[in-house]
Design a protein around this ligand. Structure first.
Ligand code: PRT
Ligand code: ZN
Length: 223
């Protein structure tokens, strides 16, 4: 029996379309059934696992899947969290991917005076990225409190839950619409292709060795 390479991608969200399109452009074809977690390639012995983006780093780090396509923001946040609790947190970075670009930034309400990062000392900052945020604050000698939210971070100051936020920004329209001003970029991100650290069979390795130059070709052609 041929071994099947498994790749985790985001099921539905900002990375889904481009993840599938990249694989497709590399000649790896799928016919997706929206209701299914797994999609078998119609052209290669490859299976897609379609999951929430937050689950992708852990699946790769635990060796449950061979490859994953995920935003570096989520990847690094999960890595820091797993490291902190002693779970496996290793992976092989294979390629930066030319989509999913964004930045994780600290923003404050328009009317809040803010001159320097240390103005946040003793303040509450709402975020979905507590580990990236705390690492940045610590590196810069600032001590602030995390208010951990899984969504609606941008409304936290108005709701009286926090003094500032730390959230992903791409165009800046969401900050603007919520009366917030971006003050400090703490992490720049794009999607990345990663591999599990587990040893792979020669068949699977051969498939990856074939896939990588194709990805390079597709990305080069786009430039
Ligand atoms: O359901 P699942 O957990 O899989 O999806 P999700 O809702 O957690 O993630 P999703 O689909 O929103 O984003 C997936 C990944 O896309 C992120 O982890 C980033 O790597 C990348 N990405 C790129 C972004 C953005 N740009 C982005 N702008 N992710 C989120 N946003 C959000 C941001 O949180 C804010 O609410 O868009 C809003 C800001 O956008 P602007 O354009 O108004 O600045
Ligand atoms: Zn998510």
């Amino acid at each position: 029996m041929t071994e099947r390479l498994t790749i985790a991608i985001q099921k539905s969200g900002r990375l889904s379309k481009e993840s599938l399109a990249l694989l497709n452009a590399c000649g790896v074809k799928f016919s997706i059934n929206e209701a299914r977690l797994i999609a078998h390639s119609t052209s290669h012995p490859i299976d897609l696992l379609r999951v929430r983006d937050d689950d992708i780093p852990g699946l790769v780090m635990d060796g449950v899947v061979d490859l994953g396509l995920v935003g570096e923001n989520v990847l690094e946040e999960v890595r820091l969290e797993r490291e902190a609790v002693g779970d496996a947190a290793e992976y092989k970075p294979l390629r930066p991917l030319e989509f999913g670009g964004c930045r994780l930034s600290i923003a404050v309400p328009r009317e809040t005076p803010f001159e320097k990062l240390s103005d946040l000392n003793g303040k509450r900052i709402a975020s979905t990225y507590p580990y990236l945020l705390q690492r940045y604050l610590k590196d810069n000698g600032v001590s602030a409190k995390n208010v951990n939210l899984t969504g609606s971070v941008e409304v936290a100051p108005r709701a009286g839950l926090a003094d500032a936020i730390c959230d992903l920004v791409s165009t800046g329209a969401t900050l603007e619409a919520n009366g917030l001003v971006e003050k400090e970029v703490i992490f720049r991100s794009q999607a990345q292709l990663i591999q599990s650290n587990e040893p792979l069979s020669p068949e699977k390795q051969a498939m990856i060795d074939q896939l990588l130059p194709r990805i390079d070709g597709v990305q080069l052609a786009k430039e």
